[in-house]
Design a protein around this ligand. Structure first.
Ligand SMILES: [Fe+2]
Length: 282
C-alpha cells in the first residue's frame, strides 16, 4: 500500500501511545521501513480483550440511542434492537478501551465517535447482510478517530480560524489513528488502521492526509456519518446545523463526487423523518 502513496507523509508531532511510549517522532517520514519498525516495537504479548457488554461504553451507546437529538432515527425500536445486537457482539482490546476512555477528556469527541458508530451500525444493517462485516464497520467507526486526541486541545477547540500550521496538523489526524492502531495490532496492514487512515480521503483524491483515491466502503460510511453528526453538533467555531442544513452540505459534496451517493441516499432515508426545525445546541 505504501508504494501506491501519492505523497510521503512526514509526522508533524511526537506521537505517544496510551502507555506513554513515543511511537513516532516529529519529522519522521512514514515510509515502509518505519512502519515495520513501529509494529515491531510492541511486545508480542497479546492484548487482553474485553466484551463490549462488560464496559461502560456499551451503556453509553445505549444512552446515545436514547438521546432525543436523533430520536426519530432511533425511534424505531426494531432498528435500535438490531443495532444493539450487532454492537453487543464486539470485543475490544483493553488498550483500545483505554483509548476510547481517553476521548472522554475531549468533550465532543467521545460521544461523537459513539454516535458515528451507531449511525454506521444503522447503515450497515442495510448494506451488509453478514454480521461480521457489520461488526467490522462498527469497530472501525468507534476507533477511526483515536489519533485526533494527540492534537492539542487548544487547536481542537479553537473558536476562530485555524492558521495553516494548525490546519495541517488537524489534517494529519487520520495518520495518527493509523500509527496507533497499526502499533496496537502489530500489523502495518491492519484493517482498522487502514480504514482510519483513509476516512477523510475521497473518490476524487482531494481529501487528506495523502490525497489518494479512496474506495473503502466502510471508510465512506464513516466519512458521511462523521460529517453529518459534526454538522449537527455545536462546535467552538460554529453553532449546530439543522437536519436540513446538514443534509444540504452533504448533498453538495455528493454532487461534487466527494461522497458516495448510494451511502448518502441511505443516510437520507434514515434521517428524513427528522422534523425540519429540530435544532440541537449540544
Ligand atoms: Fe476524523
Amino acid at each position: 500500500m505504501f508504494l501506491r502513496r501519492k505523497q510521503h507523509e512526514q509526522i508533524i508531532l511526537d506521537i505517544t501511545a496510551i502507555d506513554k511510549r513515543v511511537i513516532a517522532r516529529k519529522k519522521q517520514m512514514l515510509d515502509s521501513v518505519f512502519v515495520q519498525q513501529l509494529v515491531q516495537m510492541r511486545s508480542s504479548t497479546r492484548d487482553k480483550t474485553q466484551p463490549i457488554l462488560s464496559l461502560e461504553l456499551f451503556k453509553h451507546l445505549q444512552f446515545v440511542l436514547d438521546d432525543p437529538k436523533y430520536s426519530t432515527i432511533w425511534g424505531d425500536d426494531t432498528t435500535k434492537k438490531h443495532i444493539l445486537e450487532d454492537a453487543s457482539t464486539i470485543t475490544l482490546p483493553a488498550v483500545l478501551v483505554d483509548e476510547l476512555n481517553w476521548m472522554l477528556h475531549f468533550d465532543y469527541l467521545y460521544y461523537h465517535s459513539l454516535t458515528v458508530a451507531l449511525l454506521v451500525a444503522a447503515l450497515s444493517l442495510q448494506i451488509f447482510p453478514d454480521q461480521g462485516q457489520r461488526q467490522r464497520a462498527i469497530f472501525s467507526a468507534l476507533t477511526h478517530d483515536v489519533g485526533i486526541t494527540r492534537i492539542p486541545k487548544s487547536i481542537l477547540n479553537k473558536p476562530g480560524t485555524l492558521n495553516p500550521q494548525e490546519f495541517q496538523l488537524i489534517r494529519q489526524h487520520p495518520t495518527y489513528s493509523y500509527l496507533l492502531l497499526a502499533y496496537y495490532f502489530q500489523d502495518v496492514d491492519n484493517v482498522f488502521a487502514r480504514t482510519a487512515h483513509v476516512h477523510h480521503e475521497n473518490a476524487l483524491g482531494t481529501g487528506y492526509p495523502r490525497g489518494i483515491e479512496q474506495t473503502d466502503t466502510i471508510a465512506q460510511m464513516i466519512q458521511i456519518c462523521d460529517i453529518y453528526d459534526a454538522l449537527r453538533s455545536a462546535r467552538p467555531f460554529r453553532p449546530a446545523m439543522s437536519n436540513e442544513e446538514a443534509l444540504q452540505v452533504l448533498q453538495g459534496d455528493v454532487g461534487k463526487g466527494k461522497l458516495n451517493s448510494e451511502i448518502y441516499t441511505l443516510l437520507l432515508a434514515l434521517v428524513q423523518a427528522e422534523t425540519p426545525d429540530m435544532h440541537v445546541s449540544s
